[in-house]
Design a protein around this ligand. Structure first.
Ligand SMILES: Cc1ncc(COP(=O)(O)O)c(C=O)c1O
Length: 420
């Protein structure tokens, strides 16, 4: 573990991201990271190497092919180590939306009338729509665990009141892509399991800020999108606790005995899967830079995640403070950082700018070379529950560990000027 007073070396971090050195993005400040992050140099190099040296059908009987297959296997092993699970529990699919779609199809085959599922309205649609449709298609009952309209937060007590012996499946976000606050996955998973239900957790908006120990949290499924996590455009899905054998095969019939193919019917993207683990090389380089070497990957991942979170907290406090001071700005989600809190307030900040169209604010930011986003970000149910006009949505400014205090100060000043 690096010393408690070690802080993230952001200059070093940025030296690992070619986007900061390219003229195309020079002088731009990036605040749409929740949409998709920059890729680290290790990811880009791995892709170039795969396409140059091993771009053949993998798992064949000649060296280039064997090397390609070994690269793909290694990505499974590295991610398993990073997340504290087994390599055969790691599945790569084209995106999280595709992974949840296939999962929901599989659940539809084992649910029926009399069964119940619980979904939230805090989720990105990818993690709720397919499950709702699956339940509807077989006559199972869907309960919506709704957010508090004023805070956007989910109350575990309400969840407890919806759970019962008929609940078969629960689907929740680890953190919302609008509200930013981490939900207590460990608690909610224990509650779901106590009731005999399976639980799916969407970690897409959480993973870029902290790579969780999935074995400790213990959900049955944990999903996130690597392209928002400094890596390739793939969805990573962890499937645990024997669920893979319980769900009917969604792939080719002759592959039914191969657990790695049962829930990912799309042909694998060889190059991206083989390059998916390179971001963990970046994590290790970062751990070494901050005084930690020759330790298990999971330990480096834990230490680096803490460095990321601490850095984000240092920047998020002042940003929220400036936003709170702008008249008419309504922040969606917690408007303060509590550094001692166990649950992380991710730096995904959404707000309603009084009397202004969110898209117009984003245009004004772009004129000042600041990249941000507006709309409902596919969390339309949440935006509507918060009483906002869905199409206009919110302004969202999201950052990660490579963001600097100067970036945040420039953003704060720009927003004060635009919203004056
Ligand atoms: C919280 C959340 N869940 C799921 C998704 C869907 O991920 P993908 O784009 O990989 O399908 C997104 C994408 O923005 C998201 O933000």
């Amino acid at each position: 573990m690096p010393d408690a007073d070690v802080t993230l070396d952001v200059d070093f971090v940025r030296s690992q991201f070619p986007a900061f050195g390219t003229s195309a993005l020079q002088d731009w400040r990036f605040f749409e990271n929740a949409g998709g992050s920059y890729a680290c140099r290790q990811t880009i190099d791995a892709l170039a190497e795969y396409y140059t040296e091993t771009k053949v059908q993998p798992y064949g009987r000649y060296p280039a092919s064997a090397a390609a297959g070994q690269g793909m296997d290694r990505a499974h092993q590295r991610w398993a180590e990073a997340l504290g699970v087994n390599a055969d529990e790691i599945h790569f699919g084209p995106s999280t939306s595709m992974n949840t779609y296939v999962l929901a199809k599989a659940f539809a085959e084992i649910l029926g009338p009399g069964d119940e599922v619980i979904v939230t309205n805090q989720d990105h649609e990818a993690n709720t729509g397919a499950v709702r449709r699956a339940a509807d298609s077989v006559g199972a009952r869907t309960h919506e665990w709704g957010v508090d309209a004023s805070t956007g937060l989910l109350d575990p007590e309400v969840f407890g009141s919806l759970l019962n012996s008929r609940t078969r499946l629960v689907s929740i976000p680890h953190a919302s892509n609008i509200v930013g606050i981490e939900n207590d996955v460990q608690l909610l998973t224990a509650m779901a399991h106590e009731s005999g239900a399976r639980i799916i957790v969407d970690g897409v908006s959480f993973a870029p800020h902290s790579l969780a120990n999935i074995a400790e949290l213990n959900p049955d499924v944990y999903l996130f999108s690597l392209y928002k996590t400094y890596s390739v455009h793939q969805g990573l899905m962890v499937v645990r606790n024997g669920l893979i054998d319980e769900l009917p095969n969604q792939g080719h019939y002759f592959n039914a005995a191969l657990s790695g193919k049962r829930l990912t019917p799309a042909g694998p993207d060889h190059a991206q899967i083989a390059s998916a683990g390179a971001v963990l090389d970046y994590v290790e380089v970062l751990a070494q830079r901050h005084g930690e070497s020759s330790v298990p990957l999971r330990q480096s991942v834990g230490s680096v995640s803490k460095l990321w979170r601490d850095h984000e907290n240092r920047l998020l406090g002042p940003l929220l403070e400036r936003l709170r001071a702008i008249p008419g700005v309504r922040l969606i989600g917690p408007d303060r950082v509590d550094e001692s809190a166990r649950l992380h307030r991710c730096p995904t900040v959404a707000f309603e700018p009084a009397g202004r169209k969110p898209a117009a604010v984003v245009d004004e930011l772009a004129k000042r070379r600041i990249m941000a986003g507006s709309g409902h970000f596919y969390a339309r149910r949440l935006v509507e529950a918060a009483g906002l006009e869905a199409e206009a949505g919110v302004v969202r400014v999201s950052f990660v560990h490579y963001t600097t205090m100067e970036d945040v100060e420039a953003l704060g000043s720009a927003l004060e000027e635009i919203l004056a």
